[in-house]
Design a protein around this ligand. Structure first.
Ligand SMILES: *[C@@H]1O[C@H](CO)[C@@H](O)[C@H](O)[C@H]1NC(C)=O
Ligand SMILES: *[C@@H]1O[C@H](CO)[C@@H](O)[C@H](O)[C@H]1NC(C)=O
Ligand SMILES: *[C@@H]1O[C@H](CO)[C@@H](O)[C@H](O)[C@H]1NC(C)=O
Ligand SMILES: *[C@@H]1O[C@H](CO)[C@@H](O)[C@H](O)[C@H]1NC(C)=O
Ligand SMILES: *[C@@H]1O[C@H](CO)[C@@H](O)[C@H](O)[C@H]1NC(C)=O
Ligand SMILES: *[C@@H]1O[C@H](CO)[C@@H](O)[C@H](O)[C@H]1NC(C)=O
Ligand SMILES: *[C@@H]1O[C@H](CO)[C@@H](O)[C@H](O)[C@H]1NC(C)=O
Ligand SMILES: *[C@@H]1O[C@H](CO)[C@@H](O)[C@H](O)[C@H]1NC(C)=O
Ligand SMILES: *[C@@H]1O[C@H](CO)[C@@H](O)[C@H](O)[C@H]1NC(C)=O
Length: 436
């Protein structure tokens, strides 16, 4: 019969063996998941100070040799993936607008294709359509409020109302101009522009475009941030326009970062209200460059470092969090302007010797910390558990009654004393130790 064992000894040995096995497995796994990527990051030569990127294209490929973001790095992504191409450029200028009053801002929302209400013709939801609609195979989205479409002709209209309406319109496709359920397909050429109207330009002399937003204000001066250099003042009696990445409003002004395309526009072009399309049009056609030497808020093309670089979420091009991070990432960084919304513009990291690839996330400090934690914790656990096991091997023995117990310390070390000390009960252990 096997007697009950000492719970503490058994528990310790069991725990140590488990820890040893698990930490060695972790070491193998982390080699792939952390050490190799960290080493690659340290050796990549990527600068820790970001430049700026603008998305130019987001392509969905069925078979791909690279993707901008993949879930789960341990398996090679198979099947479809999204490739994002960006233009890489130097930062623009940081500009401080001083003594501003009368500030206003306007956000121009486009259509969010995913969340917009969809009218399904098969369910007879098209019988009342009025306005301009973008349809794909019988699913229509109301774009009347967001877009202003200029066109000459429509195809012969279809009647979506009435009994046979849902059959007639089951395959409604393309841009449709509808009145109470009668829809005609808009023939090309047509031109649909974002309708972002009623931008208040009365008494404004500063206009900042930032993505889908417009900031307007009446300021006294514009300075190069961090210096007292004046680059524009209200005495010039014109309107200062530029395109910036981020804008912070402070007590008496605004701070804008990464401003490019700085230009001035004659006041006579603007009346009390304007629209986004016209503003964009003016900024391209009717403006004068702000800084003739092209140093402060220069035109975008002066700053370009590389055209059509590949964007990766990080050096690996994949994430391990399994929290659907990629969907968010691709949605945010994949905005290439095809839906008439602004293109994505964001800080990105690159290596000077390889500008064909840029990464959106790069932080050597965090990588280093992960590396240190990822290597010390499992190694320490492994060493400690192995040492404990070795210690157990030296100090624990199995007696004749097949029970584990600690060796008598004295017995193990000074055999000479043993004979006198050993009590009959411990004889088995002592004898065993002597034999060793
Ligand atoms: C460029 O702009 C980004 C975002 O404003 C900033 O984080 C980065 O430090 C800037 N880079 C340089 C070289 O100034
Ligand atoms: C703002 O205006 C006040 C009064 O007109 C002037 O004293 C001050 O210097 C101005 N601040 C800047 C930064 O120009
Ligand atoms: C934009 O304007 C609204 C009011 O028109 C204001 O509440 C908001 O703070 C402004 N946003 C910024 C970023 O200045
Ligand atoms: C269609 O439009 C008419 C008049 O505008 C309205 O009375 C009716 O409720 C609408 N029907 C549906 C299904 O929306
Ligand atoms: C589409 O939007 C326009 C403008 O807001 C509106 O007049 C029209 O009723 C909308 N059509 C439908 C079917 O909701
Ligand atoms: C925008 O403004 C221009 C000039 O003021 C005007 O011709 C055009 O019709 C406007 N567009 C929209 C959509 O209001
Ligand atoms: C800057 O100007 C160029 C040329 O006019 C234009 O193509 C580009 O889109 C502008 N960039 C931004 C961010 O508005
Ligand atoms: C980027 O493309 C433009 C037009 O295609 C070209 O003029 C420019 O030289 C290119 N810049 C670089 C850095 O390749
Ligand atoms: C209409 O929808 C298609 C597909 O969803 C999209 O590619 C196109 O840009 C849309 N057109 C407009 C004017 O929103």
């Amino acid at each position: 019969m096997v007697p009950p064992q000492d719970g503490k000894i058994c528990g310790t040995i069991c725990l140590c063996q488990m820890t040893a096995v698990l930490s060695s497995v972790a070491l193998v796994y982390l080699t792939v998941a952390i050490y190799m990527p960290s080493m690659r990051a340290f050796q990549s030569g990527i600068s820790e100070v970001p430049a700026m990127c603008t998305t130019t294209r987001a392509v969905t490929k069925d078979t791909c040799d690279w993707g901008s973001c993949g879930e789960w790095c341990l398996s090679k992504t198979s099947g479809a993936c999204i490739q994002i191409y960006v233009n890489l450029r130097h930062n623009g200028s940081n500009i401080q607008y001083a003594n501003c009053t009368n500030s206003a801002n306007k956000t121009c929302y486009g259509i969010d294709q995913e969340n917009a209400k969809k009218y399904r013709c098969i369910a007879d939801e098209c019988k009342n359509l009025t306005g301009t609609f973008n349809c794909t195979m019988g699913m229509c989205i109301n774009i009347t409020d967001a877009f202003e479409c200029v066109f000459q002709e429509t195809e012969p209209p279809l009647k979506c109302s009435g009994k046979r309406g849902k059959i007639t319109c089951i395959e409604l496709h393309g841009l449709q101009s509808c009145t109470r359920g009668t829809c005609g397909r808009i023939k090309s050429p047509y031109n649909c522009d974002r309708r972002c109207v009623d931008i208040p330009t009365r008494n404004k002399n500063v206009i900042i475009l930032s993505g889908d937003r417009v900031f307007l204000s009446q300021c006294q001066r514009a300075l190069l941030a961090g210096s007292e250099q004046e680059i524009w003042s209200q005495d010039q009696d014109d309107v200062f326009m530029s395109s910036c990445y981020s804008i912070e409003t402070t007590e008496d002004g605004m701070e804008a970062s990464d401003c490019i395309n700085g230009s001035t526009l004659e006041k006579s072009y603007l009346t009390d209200l304007t629209n986004f399309t016209y503003l964009n049009f003016l900024s391209v056609t009717s403006t004068k460059i702000l800084d003739e030497s092209r140093q402060i808020a220069p035109p975008e093309e002066d700053l370009i470092l590389a055209n059509e670089s590949r964007l990766l979420v990080n050096l690996e091009g994949c994430v391990n969090t399994l929290r659907d991070e990629c969907r968010e990432f691709l949605k945010e960084y994949g905005k290439d302007g095809t839906d008439h919304n602004a293109r994505a513009r964001f800080p990105c990291f690159y290596a000077d010797h390889n500008r064909d690839t840029v990464v959106a996330r790069f932080n050597l400090a965090i990588t280093f910390r992960e590396f240190v934690i990822g290597s010390t914790v499992p190694s320490v656990l492994f060493v400690v558990s192995c040492l404990t096991l070795m210690l157990c091997q030296r100090t624990v023995e199995v007696g004749d009654d097949s029970k584990m117990r600690f060796k008598k310390k004295a017995a193990a070390i000074i055999p000479g004393v043993v004979a006198d000390d050993i009590t009959p009960g411990d004889a088995g252990g002592g004898a065993h130790a002597m034999a060793l």
